[in-house]
Structures are given as structure tokens and as C-alpha cells.
Design a protein around this ligand. Structure first.
Ligand code: PXP
Length: 245
């Protein structure tokens, strides 16, 4: 029997639209509540150093007003660590962060940045926060994630989603192989970035992946169909792929 594939809805871009006018509408916390009603198993939010979308107050409210686990995406900085320790979200996903990037462009370099990451993973873990590392589908990165003591990795699906034809097949094969490796070495495996209704099925069909984190596409689709309907459509597509796997 296939296991339930969790859907974490990333509400960053509700905040992007709000911030375009500097007011309070649309409210990402209200979007999070609606997402939960529509079938989200958790909410994901990235508090960036430049606060371009999610704000500190959004994080406070997500922790107190939303009745599902918060996956707090954060760069490995002292400031973000302090915020995570104050709020104690269910999970903290450590992501690379580059000020000039439009979105999280690549995975965290756990191999090269190992020593720098040690205190972050240890401190978050001691506080009872599940640590997830957002990495490329690369066995070397997975092995270093194990050595760091992180229980979860999230595989970056951006290159798979952007590629076409044989390139996409190659990227998918890389993700399938990495997910199998994660299972072998005892890591809980998540995936996300750039996923759409057209790209989600082959990823959802990978039985060892426990959670997908999806945001931009769902918020974009909400313009045409409403947030609940767009999440329900994604949920249905994920469940169909998982049931057939
Ligand atoms: N997972 C991680 C770690 C991310 O950084 C992001 C983007 O913030 C996502 C998932 C969601 O990506 P998208 O908005 O493209 O669905």
C-alpha cells in the first residue's frame, strides 16, 4: 500500500502580492488557513534576509494561528537561527540564500559548507526542531547530510521542472536515484521547487518521497481558479500518481 504523500503549501508569494502595495492584503496567514482547509498537510514559509515577501510578523502569526506544522525555510545565519529558536517551528529547512537571486537557485552545498553548518544543525536539533537541508539530487550531498545528523533532505526539483525532453528525463532519473539513496542511508526525503500540475506526477510517484513543498504555481493558479481549487487539483494529481506507483 502506498503511503500518504504530504503537501506543504508555500505561501511566500501571497506575501509578494501583498508587499507590492505595502498594505495588509492579501494576508498570507489567511491563505495558509485556506490551504489547510483545502488539504495542505503543512505550511512552508521562507523568511528571507531582505524580507522581500514573508515578514517577521507573518512567522509569528503562522506559529500561533495556523493549526498545521510550519516548515520554516531559513538561511544559515545567526539572525535566522535566533528567530527559529524563538518560534520553535515544527521543521526548519536550511536553504542557500543569495541576495541577488530571484528565487532559491540551487541546493545548499553541504559538502563545501559542512563545518559552517554543524552548529546550526546541532542547535536547531537540540531545540526539538526537525532539520531539513535543501540540496541537489547528489549522493555526495546526501552522505554529508547524514554526517551532519540532519534527519531530512529536500531535493531541489528546479532543474527537472525547467528542462524539457531528454534533459528532463535525465533530471528525473537523478532525483529517483537520489531518493533511493536517501532511503538507503536513512534520510526522510522531501522534494520541491518549480513543481506544477504538469511536472508533479513523476515526482509524486517516487514512493520514498514523503513530502512535496509547492508554492509559486499554486498562488499563480489561484488567480484563475481560487486557492482552494488549485490546491485541491494539486492534491488530486499527487494522490493519483502515488496510488498508481
Ligand atoms: N522548497 C524550497 C526549499 C524552496 O526554497 C521553495 C521556494 O521558496 C519551494 C520548495 C517552493 O518552490 P515553488 O514556489 O517554486 O513551488
Amino acid at each position: 500500500m502506498s503511503t500518504h504523500l504530504r503537501l506543504g503549501v508555500n505561501i511566500d508569494h501571497v506575501a509578494t502580492i501583498r508587499n507590492a502595495r505595502g498594505g495588509i492584503h492579501p494576508d498570507p496567514v489567511e491563505a495558509a488557513k485556506l490551504a489547510v482547509e483545502a488539504g495542505a498537510d503543512g505550511i512552508t514559509a521562507h523568511l528571507r534576509e531582505d524580507r522581500r515577501h514573508i515578514s517577521d510578523n507573518d512567522i509569528t502569526r503562522l506559529c500561533t494561528e495556523v493549526d498545521k506544522p510550519l516548515n520554516f525555510e531559513m538561511a544559515a545565519t545567526e539572525e535566522m537561527l535566533e528567530i527559529a529558536l524563538r518560534h520553535k517551528p515544527h521543521a526548519a529547512c536550511i536553504v542557500p540564500e543569495n541576495r541577488a537571486e530571484r528565487t532559491t537557485e540551487g541546493g545548499l552545498d553541504v559538502v563545501g559548507g559542512f563545518d559552517r553548518l554543524v552548529p546550526y544543525v546541532n542547535t536547531l536539533t537540540k531545540a526539538g526542531i526537525k532539520v531539513s537541508l535543501f540540496i541537489e539530487a547528489d549522493p555526495q550531498q546526501l552522505d554529508r547530510a547524514v554526517a551532519l545528523g540532519a534527519p531530512i533532505v529536500e531535493l531541489h526539483t528546479g532543474a527537472y521542472c525547467e528542462a524539457t525532453g531528454a534533459d528532463r528525463e535525465r533530471e528525473l532519473a537523478r532525483i529517483i536515484k537520489a531518493a533511493a539513496h536517501a532511503e538507503k542511508v536513512g534520510l526522510e526525503c522531501h522534494a520541491g521547487h518549480g513543481l506544477t500540475l504538469d511536472t508533479v506526477e513523476p515526482i509524486a510517484a517516487i514512493a520514498s518521497i514523503a513530502e512535496l513543498n509547492i508554492g509559486h504555481f499554486l498562488v499563480g493558479e489561484a488567480i484563475f481558479f481560487g486557492l482552494e481549487k488549485s490546491i485541491q487539483a494539486m492534491r488530486a494529481r499527487m494522490d493519483k500518481a502515488r496510488d498508481q506507483s
